[in-house]
Design a protein around this ligand. Structure first.
Ligand SMILES: C[S@@+](CC[C@H](N)C(=O)[O-])C[C@H]1O[C@@H](n2cnc3c(N)ncnc32)[C@H](O)[C@@H]1O
Length: 288
């Protein structure tokens, strides 16, 4: 069944893959937004409940202060983080640029006794919020990675504008350093022949969808747009080297800390950071 599905995916990929997606695009079209509007994808996000370990770490860190905080949750999807943060925050506003995600989220929390502001809104342009409005801003589960290179900078500027000076921004982003092994066939071989077969088919698809990306680019670029396996290679995803992410943040943010999404622990050593190969990392920082 799985093999059949993989072959079908492969066939679809060969037939459908438009040439413009095989180059490294400097900008993304809004196909990502369309993907996040599709009902099957919305359904998937409504089924998620648990916090990721790094999110739990930050919730624990802020737990005592959350009741006095105005929180903005960007890219709420099906409400996974809403479920955990909204009951603790003094005021909670959740936005998503996918109207179908917001509708699903409203349905999920229809019986909530607490007033929740769940609205359609785009992180690239948040003119509905005044300057210095929030104490804590969250953009979880790599939501920021579905914007183009220039839109990402615009999002960071908007977040710095709507957050109060000294307030928290917490988000995650895909780690380009993890992709070296993702593209390496040797990391796909295991003792289980079936697993090896599935891994190699996925690797073939990864190469097919990213045929213009070279080994040299993977090793030396600061960031790349990659079509990874999530949602059947439909998304164009921004991957960044952690050191570059720190640089990108330093214009408007300070006191940057990095957390492993898997262990929830802080990455303290710069050497660890340079070699870290978690698929994505969480960044906690303060708005300047
Ligand atoms: C990977 S999903 C995560 C959903 C949810 N936060 C979770 O953790 O389950 C990313 C979400 O970010 C939203 N998103 C992406 N770019 C956005 C933007 N520019 N403004 C608002 N929402 C955005 C998508 O619609 C999607 O719901």
């Amino acid at each position: 069944m799985i093999i059949k599905k993989l072959w079908h995916l492969g066939e679809q990929a060969t037939q459908r893959i438009p040439k413009r997606f095989t180059v490294i695009v400097p900008f993304l079209t809004d196909t990502n937004r369309e993907t996040y509007t599709a009902s099957s994808i919305v359904w998937y996000y409504t089924q998620l409940h648990r916090l990721q370990p790094a999110e739990q770490t930050i919730l624990d860190l802020l737990r005592d202060r959350l009741p006095t905080m105005k929180m903005l949750d960007i890219g709420i999807g099906g409400g996974r983080t809403t479920q955990h943060f909204a009951p603790l925050a003094g005021e909670y506003t959740g936005i998503d640029y996918s109207a179908t995600m917001v509708a699903a989220c409203k349905k999920r929390f229809a019986k909530s006794l607490q007033p929740l502001a769940l609205e359609v809104g785009d992180a690239r342009e948040m003119s509905q919020f005044a300057d210095n409005s929030f104490d804590f801003i969250l953009f979880s589960f790599n939501g920021i990675d579905y914007a183009s290179v220039s839109d990402r900078l615009q999002i960071l500027a908007e977040i710095a504008r709507v957050g109060k000076p000294g307030s928290y921004f917490f988000f995650s982003s895909h780690n380009l350093q993890a992709m070296i092994s993702e593209f390496d066939w040797k990391s796909k071989v295991s003792f289980n022949p079936f697993k090896t077969y599935v891994n190699l088919v996925m690797l073939a698809l990864l190469n097919l969808y990213n045929s213009k990306i070279t080994r040299d680019q993977l090793e030396t670029s600061n960031h790349l747009i990659i079509k990874d396996e999530s949602h059947n290679f439909r998304l164009q995803t921004y991957y960044i080297r952690p050191k570059k992410q720190i640089e990108q943040l330093s214009l408007s943010f300070k006191d940057i800390e990095i957390y492993s999404w898997k262990s929830g622990l802080k990455v303290v050593d710069m050497q660890d950071l340079l070699t870290n190969s978690d698929k994505w990392l969480y960044y906690l920082c303060l708005i300047k």
